[in-house]
Ligand binder design. Structure first.
Ligand code: ZN
Ligand code: ZN
Length: 400
């Protein structure tokens, strides 16, 4: 299984192979015992215990869940942050795995069990075996899925207490072969804005619509017109998505209701495009409602910001990968995703980069947030070795 590795690094790879089964078991333990965002208490305890058992100093002072570990060697004050998310999702697992989730309605359907195990694997190596000069901050971050634990950690002072020169994060990626790295500069994941629109009309008998104002007909116009924003207000190269995901209104077939409620999401990369899109959502919705005699309440709330990689730090990640993997295992070609990721807050606060590790070809179940999803345990070796290589390469090579 040295398919992807260069022949160098054998000593290091052998160490990881020797411990691989322990970390597969550990990953499967986390898979069996998933916890929702902000409720990762047992997960945090377990990570903390493991880090301490290897002699790594830990700090849990920032949030109720999550933990950071610190590995310092030598005298350099250079510090690199490595971040893994640790939370699971409110999904009922639908697999036959021997280590299937023990908790009904909660599962690791995004592979964060694998992310945290890969980082633990690297942590043990870096602490017990590796030689480097500087400090490695291991960030086991809670609440990625629900409400931006990354932002909470920053606001709680993570980088004030432990300033970093750069911070990195990884996500598994269904759609690329196991063990391949996708390391790309620039935008990786989109920013989000939640959309809530209430359209107020005047209720009346369905047979006498001229006596009221029909919010359903008005809502239909609004929904269609909003789709003109990406194609008629933006350049074709400006990525933006507007999706209305829910529409609720009406109680009976013969009643024109008072109100229709719409909710949806806006996805973007460039904050200027976000602001222009928000302005156009207001103008189109309020303009159409006025024209139809209805009234609109439009509420647009900024969510996650876009995850945008920094050029120099991405280059370092790429060069580190090239010391470990054969060229065919590394891609710089992945297209940005309109999905969202709270690591964007860390990259807005610090320099760094976000990369992907292939989780095998896309299939009906190999999809993030699918009830049949599972992290591929072969990535513990690939990802674990790479994390350790990246940390050492960064501390050895990055210039101030
Ligand atoms: Zn997810
Ligand atoms: Zn995820």
């Amino acid at each position: 299984m040295t398919l992807h590795f260069l022949d160098e690094n054998q000593e290091k790879i052998q160490w990881f192979k020797k411990h691989e089964n322990d970390f597969i078991k550990m990953r499967q333990f986390f898979h069996e015992n998933p916890e929702l965002s902000k409720k990762e208490f047992a997960t945090t305890d377990k990570i903390n215990k493991l880090l301490e058992s290897w002699g790594i100093k830990t700090d849990r002072s920032f949030l109720e869940t999550g933990v950071v570990g610190l590995i310092k060697k030598g005298t350099s004050s250079k510090r690199i942050g490595l971040r893994a998310d640790i939370d699971a999702l409110p999904i009922d697992e639908n697999t036959d795995l021997t280590y299937k989730s023990k908790k009904a309605g909660i599962m690791h359907a995004c592979g964060h069990d694998g992310h945290l195990a890969m980082l633990l694997f690297a942590a043990k190596y870096l602490q017990e075996e590796a030689d480097f000069d500087g400090e490695i901050l291991l960030i086991f971050q809670p609440n990625e899925e629900d409400s931006a634990g990354a932002r909470d950690l920053i606001e709680a002072g993570l980088f004030k207490k432990y300033p970093v020169d750069a911070v990195y994060a990884a996500h598994n990626f269904p759609g690329a072969d196991v063990g391949t790295l996708l390391i790309c500069d620039g935008p990786q994941m989109a920013g989000t804005v939640s959309i809530e629109i209430d359209i107020h009309g005047v209720g009346c008998h369905a047979a006498h619509p001229y006596k009221g104002v029909d919010p359903i007909v008005t809502a239909a116009q609004v929904i269609v017109a909003l789709q003109s924003i990406p194609t008629r207000n933006m350049a074709a190269t400006d990525s933006v998505i507007i999706t209305i995901g829910t529409i609720h209104g009406g109680t009976a077939h013969n009643v024109i209701p008072e109100t229709v409620k719409l909710t949806g999401t806006l996805r973007y990369f460039d904050p200027k495009i976000r602001e222009l899109t928000k302005k156009r959502i207001h103008e189109i919705t309020e303009g159409i409602c006025t024209a139809f005699g209805a009234r609109a309440d439009v509420r647009l709330q900024d969510g996650y910001i876009a995850t945008v990689n920094h050029t120099k730090e991405t280059e370092i990640a790429l060069k580190a990968a090239q010391t470990l993997f054969k060229a065919e295992a590394i891609s710089t070609e992945k297209a940005p995703s309109m999905g969202a990721e709270d690591f964007g807050f860390m990259l807005a606060d610090q320099k760094g980069s976000y990369f992907y590790i292939g989780n095998g070809p896309d299939s009906s179940t190999n999809k993030l947030h699918n009830a049949g999803f599972d992290f591929d345990d072969r990535n513990l070796l690939y990802g674990g070795v790479y994390w350790s290589v990246l940390a050492q390469y960064y501390l050895d090579n990055a210039q101030d």
